[in-house]
Write a protein that binds this ligand. Structure first.
Ligand code: GP9
Ligand code: MN
Length: 641
């Protein structure tokens, strides 16, 4: 007990009393970090996570204790407010994207305005707890700062105390990160957006520090394609040879009309509710189209813009953030460029929103579009729905422009009315669904898709009436899944006898893809597995375009046998699907910790057959990242557009 006696208990209590504001704030913030962890479904967190979070909070705030009492009280409250706002922002972001905010995403803060109605819907009632402490702490701290005008200890002593706190906390943090590295290897610190290791073991605040450090390191590293250029060239050479070139050049000379439908998820297609078809027009179109029912969305955090980017370039979305925003200065060999090199007269893109959204006004010229019809230029906002122009009006205005273009042209239309939170005015909700059958969000989603389908039907009629359908290849696909409803909604709607699990919920990330050829030729259902990366090479083959000067990661769906789609962001890097198996990688980046499922039985199977696919998926996304980071396409394609 002698060591204990040496500590002057009285002194310690005195220190606690004079520093109670500092201790209370940090205790409250640690509780908030635990609240965050619970709210995003990671549980209360490990002991290490709580300690590491406390350590980083103490490091960031201990300097305040050197200041005069009144200043430090207010600064501590401000510190509490800032951390609470960060946690709330992370929480809302997580509910939408299933990941926390990373530095690249901050470049996209401008998008928040456009989706503000979506943001409001992301709040849960318990979120107010993140700010509830201010009700008590604000009056208490004001009182305290009046009662204790100056801290008793001298400046030198206070500095020693701060130094002691810093040393203890830094030691504890390095211990936790060493333990983590020993358990998970250096993988723990890479791919932070899909890799939960830091988040789970060190907490959200340390995650942000690591992310900041990674960002700083990457922006100072001189990345180069040199080491991988040869491997990429060789890979592409054999990749180009794949398949027997079936349907090659079938669409030569025709127009290409592509429609990307907002949040159109596969499960809505071909289904009815209370005897009413949800997408009757699409269902009819399927009968006269090549229909791909195993086509997956492969988007990352760039949502709609990622779907566009893959469709037009066959490069993967960025590991975080949106390529449209972060890589709009690169040179691309996008579909409009390739079509132009092959005799197309022009490429036109239509979207009923402001041109800045997703940085489209910067990106479209880079992708080779000749004109972007948007709310500031070319489109009239004569009927507003949700975020912008109604789909019906958009299609009307698209049609009147298409009739003016000289064939063969490429037109690309991106719909908007079925955007989250899917709320349409009463007169546009034409499905009869009694209240209480499903959650409001799910009902609104079905109504919105039904409305978008009706608008598409009007567009099809107009195309037919103008004779355009006979001279064009029409492509329709969904950009990504919808969100916001409950798993019970889906289970009930699809008549599933089991609740959704990790695997079955990923199977739901299918979106429809239809390719309609003039006269409804070669129609039929094609079960090949693929994803949005594959549209570009499929069209390149159909239109008989010259592949020599192209670099793409996707596969031609009309000539590929096995089927393959790799995922990121919504499943950890390395996840992929083929005709037979679905491999879901683990969030710690270790192959053996992932799970492979037989797609026929839904049962977990041996991992061995997934190994090659895993390696391929990791290689492809890493190489795609490298190409984007180094603006590498001009090096791989000598005569780029
Ligand atoms: C915005 C629209 C919606 O213009 O494309 O984008 P999302 O929020 O789905 O990415
Ligand atoms: Mn979208």
């Amino acid at each position: 007990m002698s060591w204990f006696k040496k500590i002057n208990l009285h002194l310690l209590l005195g220190w606690v009393r004079t520093n109670q504001d500092f201790l209370i704030i940090n205790l409250v913030l640690v509780l908030k970090v635990v609240f965050f962890s619970l709210a995003v479904g990671l549980g209360v967190g490990t002991f290490g996570m709580v300690m590491a979070s406390a350590a980083v909070l103490l490091i960031l705030s201990c300097g305040f204790t050197c200041l005069p009492y009144r200043a430090r009280t207010w600064l501590l409250l401000l510190f509490d407010a800032v951390v609470s706002v960060v946690l709330l922002a992370d929480l809302l972001f997580f509910r939408f994207f299933h990941s926390v905010i990373s530095i690249p995403v901050l470049f996209e803060a401008g998008q928040v305005e456009g989706v503000s109605s979506s943001v409001v819907n992301l709040f849960h009632k318990w979120d107010f707890l993140l700010f509830a402490d201010f009700v008590v702490l604000l009056p208490y701290f004001i009182l305290l700062s009046h009662k204790q005008p100056q801290p008793p200890s001298r400046v030198r002593r206070r500095l020693v105390q701060v130094a002691a706190i810093l040393v203890i906390c830094v030691l504890s943090l390095s211990f936790t990160s060493k333990t983590m590295a020993a358990n998970f290897g250096k993988n723990a610190y890479i791919g932070l957006n899909w890799n939960n290791t830091v988040l789970e073991n060190m907490g959200i605040l340390n995650f942000h520090l690591f992310d900041l450090y990674n960002y700083w390191k990457e922006s100072h590293a001189s990345q180069s394609l040199d080491n991988d250029k040869q491997a990429l060239e060789q890979w592409m050479q054999s990749h180009r040879q794949q398949g027997p070139n079936k349907f090659y050049g079938l669409a030569k000379g025709k127009n290409l009309i592509v429609v990307q439908m907002e949040a159109l998820q596969g499960f809505a297609v071909g289904r009815s509710i209370n005897g009413q078809e949800i997408t009757p027009n699409l269902n009819k179109l399927i009968n006269s189209s090549m229909y791909f029912d195993n086509y997956f969305t492969q988007i990352g955090e760039g949502n709609t813009s990622d779907a566009e980017f893959m469709d037009l370039n066959s490069l993967y979305p960025a590991p975080n953030g949106s390529v449209y925003i972060m890589r709009s200065n690169n040179t691309y060999q996008s579909l409009p460029w390739v079509l132009k090199n092959n005799g197309f007269t022009g490429s036109y893109v239509f979207h009923g929103n402001t041109p800045e959204f997703w940085n489209r006004d910067q990106m479209y010229p880079k992708e080779g579009f000749d004109k972007f019809y948007n709310l500031k230029d070319g489109l009239k906002l004569d009927e507003k729905l949700g975020m912008g122009l109604s789909d019906e009006s958009l299609f009307r205005q698209v049609t009147s422009n298409l009739t003016q273009f000289k064939p063969p042209f490429f037109s690309f239309t991106i719909t908007l009315s079925a955007h989250y939170p899917f709320v349409l005015p009463q007169d546009k909700q034409t499905l009869n669904i009694p209240k209480g059958q499903y959650s409001d969000m799910f009902v609104n989603y079905l109504q919105a898709q039904h409305y978008a389908d009706q608008a598409l039907g009007e567009f099809l009629d107009a195309l037919k009436a103008q004779g355009l359908l006979d001279n064009s290849v029409l492509v329709v696909y969904g950009d990504h899944f919808g969100t916001g409803w409950t798993n019970q909604d889906i289970q009930k709607f699809l008549g599933m006898d089991q609740p959704l699990n990790d695997y079955t919920s990923h199977e739901l990330n299918k979106v429809p893809l239809l390719i309609h050829l003039p006269g409804g030729n070669d129609a039929g259902v094609n079960h090949i597995t693929g994803g949005q990366m594959d549209l570009y090479p499929t069209l390149v083959n159909l239109f008989g375009l010259d592949k020599k000067n192209l670099f793409y990661f996707g596969r031609d769906l009309l000539n590929e046998g096995d089927g393959f789609a790799a995922f990121r962001v919504y499943a950890p890097d390395g996840s992929f699907v083929t005709n037979e198996i679905f491999y879901l990688a683990s969030k710690d980046g270790i192959f053996e910790h992932g799970a492979a499922y037989d797609r026929k039985t839904g049962q977990k199977v041996d991992l061995k057959p997934a190994e090659n696919g895993y390696k391929e998926a990791r290689w492809e996304v890493n190489m795609s990242d490298l190409i984007l980071e180094t603006n590498g396409l001009p090096q791989l394609i000598p005569k780029i557009h």
